[in-house]
Design a protein around this ligand. Structure first.
Ligand code: ADP
Length: 195
C-alpha cells in the first residue's frame, strides 16, 4: 500500500520546516524532514561524512543513499508505531528534491497535494537563513556563498519537480504572509481536500 502524502515544497528559507513541524503535531499527520534526518547523523558515520561534504557546498546528497536512508527511517517509524500508513498522512519536507528522487519514490507515494510556498524574494530568503544560522547553529546557513549555491541548486534541480507532479496537484501558497496565515491557508486546503 502506497503512503498517502503531502509534499511541502519551496526554496530554502520559505518556511517548510516551520509549517511541517506544526502539521506533524496534528494527529494522523507524520512530518518527515529530510534535512533534519541528515543533521541527526553523527559525523563519524559514512553517510554523516557524505552529508557534511555536500551540504557544506550547498549541494544535494547523492540520490541513492538519500532514498535508502529515507526508506530505512520510514520502516523504523512504522515498526515503532510512530507512523501508520493505514491511518496517517505523510508530510514530506525536503524530499523528493530532484526529478530522479521523484521517480525513485513514484511507486511508494500517493501524492495528494504539493504545497508550494512561494513569493519571498531572494533578499528576504537570505536574511531568514542567516537568522536561522544563529538560532539553530546551522553551518550551511552561516555562509553567504553556500546560501547562494543552495538557492541555485533549488532553482536548477528542485524546482523541476513541480512539473513532475503537474498543476492539478500543486497548490500555490504565498509564503510572504506571517506563519499563522500560511498555516491557515494550508489547513483550509487540507480540510477541503480531505487528505
Ligand atoms: P533547506 O531547505 O533550508 O536547504 P534542508 O534542511 O532541507 O534545508 O537541507 C539541508 C541540506 O541537506 C541540503 O542542502 C542538502 O545538502 C541535504 N538534503 C536535504 N534533503 C535532501 C534530499 N532529499 N536529497 C539530497 N540532499 C538533501
Amino acid at each position: 500500500m502506497k503512503f498517502r502524502t503531502i509534499l511541502l515544497f519551496g526554496a530554502p528559507g520559505s518556511g517548510k520546516g516551520t509549517q511541517g513541524k506544526i502539521l506533524g503535531s496534528i494527529p494522523n499527520f507524520y512530518h518527515f524532514s529530510c534535512g533534519e534526518l541528515f543533521r541527526n547523523l553523527t559525523p563519524d558515520t559514512e553517510l554523516g561524512k557524505i552529508f557534511l561534504e555536500y551540504s557544506s557546498r550547498g549541494q544535494l546528497v547523492p540520490d541513492e543513499p538519500t532514498i535508502r536512508l529515507w526508506q530505512h527511517c520510514i520502516q523504523v517509524a512504522e515498526r515503532d508505531g510512530g507512523f501508520n500508513r493505514q491511518t496517517d498522512t505523510l508530510v514530506l519536507d525536503g524530499i523528493p528534491r530532484n526529478l530522479q528522487q521523484a521517480q525513485m519514490l513514484e511507486g511508494l507515494l500517493k501524492v495528494r497535494a504539493v504545497l508550494y510556498l512561494l513569493g519571498t524574494d531572494i533578499k528576504k530568503l537570505v536574511a531568514r537563513l542567516q537568522r536561522r544560522a544563529l538560532r539553530e547553529n546551522r553551518l550551511d546557513d552561516a555562509n553567504i556563498k553556500v546560501i547562494r549555491q543552495r538557492l541555485q541548486t533549488y532553482e536548477r534541480e528542485t524546482r523541476p519537480v513541480l512539473d513532475f507532479y503537474g498543476p492539478k496537484l500543486v497548490r500555490r501558497i504565498d509564503s510572504t504572509q506571517s506563519p499563522i496565515h500560511v498555516l491557515n491557508e494550508i489547513i483550509g486546503l487540507l480540510v477541503k481536500s480531505d487528505p
